[in-house]
Write a protein that binds this ligand. Structure first.
Ligand SMILES: Cc1cc2nc3c(=O)[nH]c(=O)nc-3n(C[C@H](O)[C@H](O)[C@H](O)COP(=O)(O)OP(=O)(O)OC[C@H]3O[C@@H](n4cnc5c(N)ncnc54)[C@H](O)[C@@H]3O)c2cc1C
Length: 515
């Protein structure tokens, strides 16, 4: 049962989690199942930060060995090889876990990595990397690795679109996975936490207050969506600052830095039917990982960039320069596609909450759970650089850390990693004839059980419909017609919601609804 957060005023929690992205959601799922009394708040909708803007890859870890000069890179600094091995082992473990109990929420495709004559990454490097990963996976994750020669190029459906095929020394192919879609993972975990008595509040911003020995920290809560809701103050024995790129803002009097944002941009284009089920991995001309990945039906995402980001990531979107760069790189990899601006159906960008480093200007990708006691915040922890794919191990890390500080105030419950399911709504009609998987009942559940507060929440994060294709005004109006009676929207409010959703499509996905 949802509780409006002002009714929580003066309540005592074991743990308050600030930020309901993938890491906050995993943390609260693990803590609530262990018997901790928890509250999680997000200033926007659940999973509306980096977790709703990623490339959605559940990759097997080959990228940790992708570097233009592997022998120099790893040979001169063996510590880098150890880190790469550790990250790759975590990646393989994450794939294995998801295959066991969340196979419905991920899907496999065949990743292809073209190797050219003169590439710093030689054929044997890639073969060795795949062999190493197979060993790390202990045979439990089927990778089906293969290096396809030019003579067998017919196995690669996009071969003729590639650049300079005469110089290709082989195409490394292996099985890789995508999340469908990360926002849903967040919701599944949050709903499981709620089943274990955790309290969830979206559109509620949190500010860290004072700490006293008896009640712990005060956390001030304010509505970001409804100005008529009264603010509230709750008490927390321990605070988890899981606010992604906003982590440093939660600690106002703190002068140091914990998080470093880097921006990543993607474009969405249509590829020919023959590409289905295949993806392409390579390095861009800037030597950054570059992917062409299946998204939905014939839609593919192309990306990703990495540039330093400072500022507020809330409404971050692709710039014109990023879109042009991604078109240029796609045409470099696949000149046969000859893309131009009119082929871009939409785009999106996000900001990675990486770990700040005084020596690495782009931050580091090493996941860290920071104990902020040494910075004047005892019993406050913050997590940086936690990717989506290893969110379960982040949740376990948080639980282990909290358990060393604090006993739970209630007996443990049961954690359930399985995708959350409400009544199947089998007889419910689809909202759109060409997207039969999203039914009217899914929209109703999104509102009545999954805390959706706006049309954008429903279309982007509860049903994922807006990720599948651009929606027209009349389609958005149909969805709003289902939500309106459930949230008591007036005709005027319904119109505002439709306009806000179309504006989101226009500015964040950079695509006006076509009509
Ligand atoms: C372009 C891009 C591509 C990526 N690709 C992949 C990939 O393919 N695979 C993968 O595994 N990972 C990928 N990542 C990394 C991954 O998305 C992030 O590391 C992960 O989502 C971070 O999750 P988080 O929960 O730490 O932060 P976030 O998801 O950003 O969550 C933080 C939350 O805190 C909330 N918040 C902030 N301030 C407050 C406040 N004062 N009060 C209340 N709430 C607050 C925000 O609204 C936000 O929802 C990618 C990231 C980007 C940007």
């Amino acid at each position: 049962m949802e509780r409006a957060f002002p009714t929580l005023h003066r309540e005592q929690f074991d743990v308050v989690v600030i930020g309901a992205g993938i890491n906050g959601a995993s943390a609260i799922q693990h803590l609530a199942s262990a018997g901790y009394r928890c509250l999680i708040v997000d200033k926007g909708d659940f999973a509306s930060g980096a977790s709703g803007r990623s490339s959605r890859m559940l990759h097997i870890g080959l990228r940790y060995f992708e570097t233009p000069h592997p022998l120099l890179h790893f040979g001169l600094r063996p510590g880098r090889l150890i880190t790469a091995m550790r990250l790759a082992r975590q990646a393989m473990a994450a794939v294995e876990e998801h295959l066991v109990d969340a196979a419905d929420r991920i899907w496999p495709y065949r990743m292809c990595f073209p190797i050219y004559r003169g590439d710093p990454m030689k054929r044997w490097h890639v073969a060795a990397g795949l062999r190493l990963l197979s060993l790390l996976g202990k045979g439990r994750v089927r990778l089906d690795p293969e290096i396809v020669d030019r003579d067998h190029a017919s196995k690669i459906p996009f071969f003729d679109d590639l650049r300079d095929t005469a110089s290709i020394r082989g195409i490394a192919c292996y099985r890789e996975f995508k999340f469908d879609w990360p926002e849903r993972f967040c919701l599944d975990m949050l709903l499981d936490a709620e089943r274990n008595r955790a309290v969830l509040a979206n559109y509620c911003t949190a500010e860290l207050g004072e700490r006293d020995e008896k009640d712990g920290w005060t956390v001030a809560l304010r509505s970001t969506g409804n100005p008529s809701l009264k603010p509230a103050v709750v008490h927390a024995r321990l605070v988890l600052n899981m606010a992604g790129t906003w982590i440093d803002d939660i600690l106002p009097s703190h002068r140091g830095r914990i998080v470093q944002g880097t921006k990543g941009a993607h474009i969405v284009v249509e590829m020919p039917e023959r590409y289905r089920g295949f993806g392409i991995a390579t390095l861009s001309r800037l030597n950054q990982p570059f992917y062409v990945l299946p998204l939905h039906k014939n839609l593919y995402s192309v990306g990703v960039t990495e540039t330093l980001f400072e500022g507020d990531a809330t409404d971050v979107a692709c710039s014109d320069e990023e879109i042009d760069y991604l078109i240029g790189e796609t045409n470099h990899v696949l000149p046969g596609r000859a893309l131009n601006r009119s082929d871009v159906q939409r785009s999106w960008a996000g900001v990675r909450p990486l770990t700040y480093s005084a020596t690495e200007p782009m931050g580091t990708r090493t996941r860290e759970l920071h104990d902020l006691a040494g910075r004047g915040f005892p019993d406050v922890f913050a997590l940086t650089a936690g990717p989506i794919m290893t969110h379960r191990s982040s949740g376990r890390l948080v639980l282990d850390t909290v358990a060393k500080r604090l006993p739970p105030s209630a007996p443990p419950g049961r954690i359930d990693y399985a995708p959350y399911r409400f009544s199947t709504g089998e007889n419910s009609p689809p909202l759109l004839a060409d997207e039969p998987e999203v039914r009217v009942s899914d929209i109703e559940f999104g509102v009545s059980k999954e805390h959706a507060k706006s049309l954008t929440d429903v279309l982007v994060r509860r049903t994922g419909l807006a990720w599948r294709r651009n929606l027209t005004r009349s389609e958005a109006e149909s969805a709003a017609g289902i939500v309106a009676p459930l949230l008591d929207w007036s005709t005027e409010e319904k119109r505002v919601q439709v306009d806000e959703f179309l504006s989101f499509q226009d500015t964040v996905f950079r695509r006006p609804a076509a009509e």
